[in-house]
Design a protein around this ligand. Structure first.
Ligand SMILES: CC(C)(COP(=O)(O)OP(=O)(O)OC[C@H]1O[C@@H](n2cnc3c(N)ncnc32)[C@H](O)[C@@H]1OP(=O)(O)O)[C@@H](O)C(=O)NCCC(=O)NCCS
Length: 194
């Protein structure tokens, strides 16, 4: 990871968005500063929905996010610091969001996404870890999540961060050509994590 400032480093690359000019991974420069986490509020919903629609073919509706807020789920936003430019200036300063449901002894990640311009920068790992750390600090012993079978980037992200596939839920998701299976993942939270 680098501590160099990351503003003024955006260039267009043929990956379907912007990446940073000093490439230190196969896909982009690792971002280690210039962002912060905060809790989602009702006033964020419009911007959150805009990010959600850019990230998913079948995005959550406003109602689902409102229900998560009402239910007291952990609704975490990743945003750039006001003086930074991690994404093009016309974009929202929101970079992604993650939703975590806490239960007795366990937690479920219900949503996790990152705007396309910031992928391949390590920020998805930071967002994932922030949710896992919250689960751990709330005495969860295990974290579960579901992911589409076709979602290779997400599956790799979870697998390289300690999650193990434990089951398949047949026809769990809507898909453009019918239904799609979900792979269920679990992470055991021992002292060794993070
Ligand atoms: C899932 C998501 C958060 C991952 O963010 P990211 O910045 O792309 O993650 P990373 O750069 O750490 O990539 C994760 C892994 O997938 C690989 N990868 C990335 N894009 C890929 C693609 N299109 N196809 C195959 N593999 C891909 C990376 O090489 C990396 O593999 P590695 O761990 O072996 O190095 C992001 O892609 C996203 O927001 N997707 C849309 C929303 C979504 O699907 N969320 C998950 C819901 S369960």
């Amino acid at each position: 990871m680098t501590n160099e400032p990351v503003n003024q480093l955006l260039v267009n690359l043929p990956y379907g968005g912007c990446e940073l000019s000093e490439v230190s991974t196969a896909r982009g420069k690792l971002i280690d500063s210039g962002f912060r986490f905060r809790n989602m509020r009702d006033a964020d919903l419009e911007s959150v929905l805009a990010v959600e629609k850019r990230c998913y073919e079948f995005p959550w509706t406003c109602r689902v996010f409102q229900d998560c807020l009402k239910a007291g789920y952990i609704c975490r936003l990743l945003e750039q610091e006001p003086d930074q430019q991690l994404v093009p200036s016309e974009s929202s300063k929101l970079l992604g969001h993650g939703i975590l449901m806490l239960g007795p002894g366990e937690a479920h990640i219900l949503n996790l996404c990152l705007v396309p311009e910031c992928r391949g920068t390590g920020l998805s790992v930071k967002l994932l870890r922030s949710l896992v750390e919250t689960a751990k600090s709330n005495q969860a012993k295990e974290v579960f999540l579901e992911v589409r079978e076709s979602n290779e980037a997400a599956r790799k992200l979870y697998e390289s961060n300690g999650f193990n596939q434990i089951a398949v839920r047949r026809d769990y998701y809507d898909a453009s050509d019918g239904r799609e299976d979900a792979w269920v993942y679990a992470l055991a939270l021992g002292d060794q994590y993070c």
